[in-house]
Ligand binder design. Structure first.
Ligand SMILES: Cc1cc2nc3c(=O)[nH]c(=O)nc-3n(C[C@H](O)[C@H](O)[C@H](O)COP(=O)(O)OP(=O)(O)OC[C@H]3O[C@@H](n4cnc5c(N)ncnc54)[C@H](O)[C@@H]3O)c2cc1C
Ligand SMILES: NC(=O)c1ccc[n+]([C@@H]2O[C@H](COP(=O)([O-])OP(=O)(O)OC[C@H]3O[C@@H](n4cnc5c(N)ncnc54)[C@H](OP(=O)(O)O)[C@@H]3O)[C@@H](O)[C@H]2O)c1
Length: 280
């Protein structure tokens, strides 16, 4: 091949397309997975400066039709050591953000404000032996982060993930995550025997059924997993679901003698809303 031809092949490609304006605080979508017609997860690049504690949330979004940022709170579903950020999302058919966010593709940009906050962090709990993650629906997201964080297994002897959805398909993201963790070459050994997974459904038959609240109050989950009933000395809990779920779980945990804490005042359990509002 002639030198001139080679040089032409190696020359940088000139982009003649008009440059697309970058979004403020833009991150690039690296992967999108649709789990059901109302649930999807996606991964984006991580801002170099972003430090967060597993379990925290950030504001993410897209530009609206008027060119203004349309942002919503999202739990970071990936652990703090991950190079990328993962999110697990609902698709609300007429939701201002998710009616559009559900159509993102690899290479698209989203807005991500790099200011993580939240109460579902290990620091907001007093030391204990067992930690319970109690979630419904997309309330699993902060626990998808925490379940992948070695710090959780260093601080607790047992980690119990109770996740309840209406239907079996809605459990799949969590099920695959837990299965992957148990077989992971890096963290698998740490997780083995420590992470107990208790998925249930309420409106479709599955091996374990019933609401988180009912399975705690009746003692069924303790019997099924061979654990002692929760007590304030050994047990710590984190709760993330709808407002009604959070209120009902809180009453049950208090019945076991656990008290609600916060970042500034660590106690036996912490609560965070998975979303604001009553229904779609
Ligand atoms: C602290 C915090 C963390 C959050 N983390 C997540 C997350 O990790 N993943 C996620 O999908 N959403 C999360 N949300 C909800 C999220 O902020 C948005 O409400 C959601 O993305 C829908 O946005 P929207 O603009 O389409 O509709 P919105 O106008 O925000 O919501 C419309 C209606 O849809 C219902 N709804 C909203 N979100 C959910 C949901 N997640 N599950 C079931 N029903 C819902 C509510 O009834 C709400 O009134 C979180 C909310 C809070 C407060
Ligand atoms: N999931 C779907 O297939 C679906 C489809 C279309 C529209 N929607 C709408 O989307 C909205 C959110 O639905 P979602 O399924 O994500 O959330 P959800 O209604 O909060 O239900 C999620 C899970 O939490 C349980 N739950 C609800 N309230 C509880 C409480 N107070 N204590 C303990 N457990 C509780 C539910 O059990 P129960 O089943 O016993 O209530 C269900 O297993 C709803 O308004 C719904 O009408 C849902």
């Amino acid at each position: 091949m002639a030198m001139t031809e080679l040089a032409a092949m190696n020359a940088p490609e000139v982009n003649t397309r008009p440059a697309k304006p970058h979004l403020p605080d833009a991150q690039v979508v690296k992967e999108v997975t649709h789990w059901t017609d109302r649930l999807f997860s996606f991964r984006v690049t991580r801002p170099q400066s972003l430090r967060f504690r597993s379990g925290e949330f950030v504001m993410i979004g897209l530009m609206d039709d008027k060119g203004k940022p349309l942002l919503r709170a999202y739990s970071i579903a990936s652990p703090s050591w991950d190079e990328e950020l993962e999110f697990y999302s609902i698709k609300v058919p007429d939701g201002p953000l998710t009616s559009r966010l559900q159509h993102i593709k690899v290479g698209d940009e989203i807005i991500l404000r790099p200011k993580p906050v939240g109460t579902l962090v290990v620091d907001a709990l007093m030391p204990g032996k067992r930690i319970w993650f109690l979630a419904t629906g997309t309330g699993l997201a902060p626990f998808a982060s925490l379940m992948r964080d070695p710090e959780v297994y260093e601080k607790f002897d047992q980690v119990i993930m109770m996740h309840t959805c209406r239907e079996v398909a809605e459990l799949e993201y969590g099920r695959q995550l837990v299965e992957g963790l148990q077989n992971d070459p890096l963290i698998g050994e740490m997780v083995a025997g420590k992470l107990l997974y208790y998925p249930t459904t309420t409106r479709e038959a599955s091996p374990h059924m019933g609401r988180v609240t009912d399975n705690l109050a009746s003692g069924k989950v303790f019997a099924d997993l061979g654990l002692r009933q929760m007590n304030p000395v050994d047990d710590r809990a984190m709760v993330c679901g709808s407002l009604a779920f959070n209120v009902d779980v809180k009453a049950i945990l208090e019945g076991f003698g656990l008290r609600e804490g916060a970042n500034s005042d660590p106690k036996e359990f912490v609560v965070e809303k998975a979303f604001v509002g009553d229904g779609i």
